[in-house]
Design a protein around this ligand. Structure first.
Ligand SMILES: *Cc1c(COP(=O)(O)O)cnc(C)c1O
Length: 427
């Protein structure tokens, strides 16, 4: 089977996979390309396709499956909540929703008066943050012309507001005009950020309402923006009454070895944000996300009617979130993320494969830089040997395994990665 020997290959595509993928393409819009396999079930760090092939998952549903597959505590919590009450609308509240919000405020170390807004995805968490930033912007420029600064290579989601702050021209430009007054500054370029602030009041440039950034740019290839730059951004925001928003949709909820990446000195130099957004890993696979506004004054800019969503914070999602946070806490998964991430990065550099040039990342959000742009071929080579990795860029592989990943799992992944032919074809 899949991972018994690193040299054994799976049949490229089994007959059931092939049949279902044909059917998939007949009924779905082609926004994701053709999926790699059709998955059937999972357990722990493994997932099986419809042909019965087993894969060790080092992508974790893109940093979503914090507890791996079918974690007993998660399954129990979700099943019990589903049998009790799944959804009530926001005309009503539920205990899990209230408990989850309180827990997230505590884990974020948010000051008294801080508040949570729940969403159903990362993009929607950022939509909430951008809307709150716009209301703050009205206190600086009453006509609503305030600006938002985002980073080159930043990714904040596909909805129209979040897309306006997402850099990649190929995915943004076809939908322009988008939300106006968003500008991009190179990550690490404090002078450019300063210049963007200093432009306020000159020509038609309005004040800056907010700066939005990831602390590690995930979709751009797991690239930390740099603690010093983060600190400079905080200072400029403070001097100019602008808000600092950390998009922790990918880095949050234990992924980097801390509950939030901004709690790592080596990523933030101790800086705290005015808002933090979260999603991917928060509910262990249930669609859930949100935004925390730090401090009561900021949070109070949202009043009844300012924002909302039918599903947001529903009891089923909240129960999934509570179970996920509880397991992360009680199974010491922050420490595990730190240790297993170090093991993975060191193992890649020590395995002797000349394809691997350098590693980066924190905890279990990691990448290896490849000597030539063959990431898709490497991804497929690994997949055929029972290991899921992600070609995040043509020249980099991304790893975001479940936070429950064991030392043996990392050894098993390394045994496959060690043997990847260094001369696979470029993308
Ligand atoms: C994935 C991601 C998003 C978008 O989240 P969705 O749930 O896909 O809408 C936003 N920001 C960052 C940093 C992400 O990694």
């Amino acid at each position: 089977m899949a991972s018994e020997s690193a040299d054994q290959t799976l049949e490229t595509l089994g007959s059931k996979d092939a049949k279902w993928l044909g059917e998939y393409s007949r009924v779905h819009m082609n926004v994701f390309g053709t999926p790699l396999r059709v998955m059937d079930h999972g357990e722990g760090t493994y997932v099986w396709d419809v042909d019965g092939n087993r894969y060790l998952d080092f992508l974790g549903g893109i940093a979503v499956n914090s507890l791996g597959y079918a974690h007993p505590a998660w399954v129990k919590a979700v099943s019990e909540q589903a049998a009790k009450v799944a959804h009530v609308s926001n005309y009503f509240a539920s205990e899990p929703q209230i408990e989850l919000a309180a827990k997230l405020l505590e884990l974020a170390g948010a000051p008294e008066g801080s508040r949570v807004y729940f969403s159903n995805s990362g993009a929607e968490g950022n939509e909430a943050a951008l809307k709150l930033a716009k209301l703050h912007g009205r206190t600086l420029a009453a006509d609503g012309s305030s600006r938002i600064i985002a980073l080159v290579d930043g990714f904040h989601g596909r909805t129209l507001g979040a897309l306006a702050a997402t850099y990649k021209p190929a995915i943004r430009e076809p939908f322009e005009p988008l939300m106006p007054n968003v500008e991009f500054v190179e990550a690490g370029d404090a002078e450019a950020l300063k210049a963007a602030f200093e432009a306020s009041g000159k020509g038609d440039k309005a004040p800056v309402a907010a700066v939005i950034m990831e602390l590690i740019q995930g979709e751009a290839g797991v690239r930390p923006v740099g603690a010093q730059f983060v600190k400079q951004a905080r200072q400029l925001c403070d001097e100019n009454r602008a808000l600092l928003i950390f998009d922790e949709v990918q880095t949050g909820i234990g992924r980097t070895g801390a509950w939030f990446a901004f709690q790592r000195e080596d990523l933030s130099d101790g800086v705290t944000p005015d808002m933090v957004t979260f999603a991917k890993g928060v509910a262990g696979g249930f669609p859930m996300g949100g935004m925390i506004a730090f401090g009561g004054k900021l949070a109070a800019l949202f009043a009844p009617g300012s924002h909302g969503s039918t599903f947001a914070g529903n009891p089923l999602g909240a129960a999934a979130g509570l179970a996920t946070l509880s397991v992360i806490e009680h199974e010491h998964l922050l420490a595990n993320a730190e240790a297993r991430g170090t093991q993975l990065r060191e193992g890649l550099m020590a395995c002797g494969n000349p394809l691997y040039v350098s590693v980066r990342g924190r905890g279990l959000l990691d990448a290896v830089e490849l000597g030539h742009p063959c990431a898709h071929a490497v991804m497929n080579w690994c997949l055929e040997r029972g290991l899921i990795v992600n070609a995040v860029r043509a020249d980099a592989l991304r790893f975001a395994p479940p936070l429950i990943v064991s030392a043996e799992d990392v050894d098993e992944a390394l045994a496959i990665l060690k043997n990847v032919p260094a001369d696979l074809p470029d993308d």
